[in-house]
Ligand binder design. Structure first.
Ligand SMILES: Cc1cc2nc3c(=O)[nH]c(=O)nc-3n(C[C@H](O)[C@H](O)[C@H](O)COP(=O)(O)OP(=O)(O)OC[C@H]3O[C@@H](n4cnc5c(N)ncnc54)[C@H](O)[C@@H]3O)c2cc1C
Length: 310
């Protein structure tokens, strides 16, 4: 645990609380904050999401609770970013609360349909190329009742996407599958029958925006729509998987934190998730998380080293 002691925008000291209870004061001339977002702090998430946040799963470390971010903001650093915005994907509902990692993420949405607990579709599963859209599904599921949804597909596509830690739930019939998912069988049968009837014949190619689409249903599936008709029928239950939050400390081009009075801090820098909001307003495209960490990590490290030498 680290306490920051900042006066007049200056970082003066860090006090390390040792596990044995002792306290050691370390004076540092420069600080680089790289302690992640507040995604693992469910109470903080609840301030924006309400009780729904109890059903969120956190994909990474349980230690990114935003303690350093909160301290910096309280001590006069300017904040940036919408606190409700985050990188959130659909992950297996059977994943652990924290640290499920990459192997719990489901990339199968484009190969099937997604229904909520009322067995109703709620969004175009084929809106755009997957790397541009996979990170919207966490928020979409978060907006559904009880923050649960089900990706439904059939046996013809089961080898088309990366396998995950959890096997799909299977049923020889739609009704059997519905029973295992505790969904209303008649409602799921109707959703799939309506979807199948709306599918237009096209040439399937999930690497481009192909011409396999539906007609006459809402929401439409605008690409990669194929009938779900070959048993066994398969499903993954999914919940919002929060990767990282966007609220952060405002920085300038040197990755130097800006104070509430608009002035750059004399010696405090930030890199990674803790300043992600400088780059990400909302939405996401694959790879930006690591890019923010590595680019601003390098810039902040270089500038902090220069600062320390002065
Ligand atoms: C499962 C998963 C998959 C991902 N996949 C991708 C991907 O494919 N592509 C991509 O670009 N990005 C991906 N990301 C995002 C990317 O990994 C992160 O954006 C990046 O690692 C963030 O780096 P960081 O240094 O800011 O934070 P982190 O790597 O999270 O490091 C922050 C560290 O600070 C520590 N810490 C927090 N609070 C305190 C405190 N009070 N005191 C002391 N230490 C503290 C934490 O323990 C942690 O070690 C993924 C993230 C996860 C969780």
């Amino acid at each position: 645990m680290i306490d920051l002691n900042i006066e007049h925008g200056m970082f003066l000291s860090a006090q390390l609380k040792q596990p044995v209870g002792g306290r050691t004061e370390v004076r540092a001339s420069t600080l680089v904050a790289a302690a992640g977002g507040f995604e693992a702090n469910i109470e903080w998430l609840k301030e924006y999401w309400g009780e729904a946040a109890d059903n969120f799963l956190i994909r990474g470390t349980p230690y990114n609770r935003g303690a350093i971010l909160k301290m910096l903001l309280a001590k006069g650093v300017q904040e940036i970013g919408d606190p409700t915005q985050c990188h959130a994907v659909a992950i297996d509902a059977r994943a652990p609360k924290f640290d499920g990692g990459i192997i719990t993420r489901h990339d199968s949405v484009v190969f099937g349909i997604v229904v909520n607990k009322h067995a109703e579709r709620f969004y175009d599963e084929g809106e755009d190329i997957w790397p541009k859209r996979y990170a919207i599904w966490g928020r979409l599921v978060a907006a559904q009742p009880d923050q649960i949804a089900y990706i439904i597909f059939d046996s013809t596509v089961v080898t088309s996407f990366m396998p995950t830690l959890f096997p799909p739930i299977a049923g020889a019939t739609i009704a059997e599958l519905a029973g295992k998912l505790e969904l209303d069988a008649a409602a799921l049968e109707k959703t799939i029958t309506d979807f199948n009837a709306a599918v237009q014949t096209g040439t399937f190619d999930h690497t481009i925006l192909d011409d396999c689409r539906t007609e006459g249903i809402t929401p439409a599936k605008t690409h990669w729509a194929r009938r779900i008709e070959t048993p066994p029928y398969l499903a993954y239950p999914v919940r919002p998987g929060i990767t990282f939050t966007y609220l952060g400390t405002r920085v300038n081009k040197q990755s130097r934190m800006l104070m509430k009075d608009g002035k750059p801090s004399a010696n405090m820098f930030a890199a990674g998730e803790i300043m992600a909001g400088n780059v990400l307003g909302k939405g996401y495209a694959a790879g930006i998380g690591m890019t923010i960490g590595s680019v601003f990590g390098r810039v902040a490290g270089r500038e902090a080293a220069k600062n320390a030498r002065n």
